[in-house]
Design a protein around this ligand. Structure first.
Ligand SMILES: Cc1ncc(COP(=O)(O)O)c(C=O)c1O
Length: 342
């Protein structure tokens, strides 16, 4: 077990958090004259700062305790808070693997933290020999592993992640934003045995709630309680909490849409194989496909003229484009546009 307190910034350990009205009195009963709210209206009351009703539902669905769940204003808030909790600006460092999700480096830069970025190797897997040389650097407080990885779409080898969690003396953050699309278990299952683990998931992808801005951190009680102390008191709006409760109460729809997206991914993949300019389709455990084409910049611009917007990843991986899986209609439009591209 790792001594978590030793990894937390001293000013955060010493922090006396803001005590909100709705924390002192969480119920809605009685005459509420405590929070300087407007007594009129539908959205006039502050939301539950700890999102208890939502946590209750998610805890049952995920098979974890409520005290192991933190909700951020999107995963992006979970990432930002990790830097703020564990990394002393200009002193500490974090590490990740490239290419990957861009917010780790943006958040690191905002917090004035050096982010070491090790290039992924064959099949976009971690070069473990290279990584091992960094394990003794006690200034590295965080390792971000995105699995399935964005934009490459692949899962990172389970055994490599296990090795990192076991050997690294800092915090390992596994970003599982796309885990619902992958046929694999979540690392949430290891929370009880590894106290240096934070698993991130989100309502933005498989749950279809990108607009609601709800990202999760699953971790041990100690880390979650620090997250709760540092976050803005009302970081998730009542409407957004309710939107997530609604989707958790309609699991049939979640499963149906997930199956539909996976089916469309296979269909799109088989159609893309017949398109001349498509040189390679990378295996994907996510809701997008990474493809290599003859000239990514040219093809990207052409699709924009057809009012089809995909993501040009040429600066990260030469001549590669990332395509989110759309509806059957949207995917068909894309294929038709590609068929007439010369
Ligand atoms: C790997 C990864 N993590 C997190 C996010 C963002 O999640 P959220 O919408 O919860 O901030 C994305 C968004 O594209 C992503 O690709």
């Amino acid at each position: 077990m790792i001594e978590i307190k030793q990894l937390i910034r001293p000013n955060i350990l010493a922090l006396k958090p803001y005590s909100s009205s709705r924390e002192l009195h969480s119920g809605r009963e009685g005459i509420l004259l405590d929070a300087n709210e407007n007594p009129y209206g539908m959205l006039n009351r502050y939301p539950d700062p700890y999102q208890r009703a939502l946590k209750n539902k998610l805890a049952i669905f995920k098979g974890v305790a409520q005290e192991n769940i933190f909700f951020g204003n999107g995963s992006d808030e979970v990432i930002d808070l990790a830097f703020r909790i564990f990394c002393n600006p200009t002193v500490d460092k974090a590490l990740t693997f490239s290419p990957t999700y861009g917010m780790y480096s943006v958040s690191a830069a905002i917090n004035n933290i050096e982010l070491i970025s090790l290039p992924l190797g064959n099949d976009f897997q971690i070069n473990m020999d290279k990584l091992s040389t960094y394990f003794n650097d006690t200034r590295i407080k965080l390792i971000f592993i995105c699995s399935p990885n964005n934009p490459t779409g692949n899962l990172i080898n389970n055994s490599d992640i296990m090795f990192i969690i076991n050997k690294f003396k800092g915090i390992v953050i596994i970003d599982e934003a796309y885990i619902d699309f992958a046929n694999t278990d979540s690392f949430i299952n290891l929370l009880h045995s590894h106290n240096n683990l934070i698993v991130m998931q989100t309502f933005s992808k498989a749950w279809g709630l990108a607009s609601a801005r709800l990202g999760m951190a699953y971790s041990n009680k100690e880390i979650i309680s620090v997250y709760n102390r540092v976050k803005p008191p009302y970081n998730v709006s009542e409407m957004n909490q309710q939107a997530a409760i609604d989707v958790l109460e309609n699991l049939e729809n979640y499963r149906e849409k997930l199956a539909l997206i996976n089916k469309e991914k296979e269909r799109l993949k088989s159609k893309l194989k017949t398109i001349n300019c498509v040189k390679k389709i990378y295996p994907s455990d996510a809701n997008f496909l990474l493809i290599e084409v003859t000239d990514a910049n040219r093809l990207y611009k052409y699709l924009v003229t057809q009012r089809i917007i995909i993501r040009n990843r040429d600066t990260q991986i030469a001549n590669c484009l990332r395509i989110s899986i759309g509806t059957a209609y949207e995917n068909e439009k894309l294929i038709n546009a590609l068929r007439i591209y010369i």
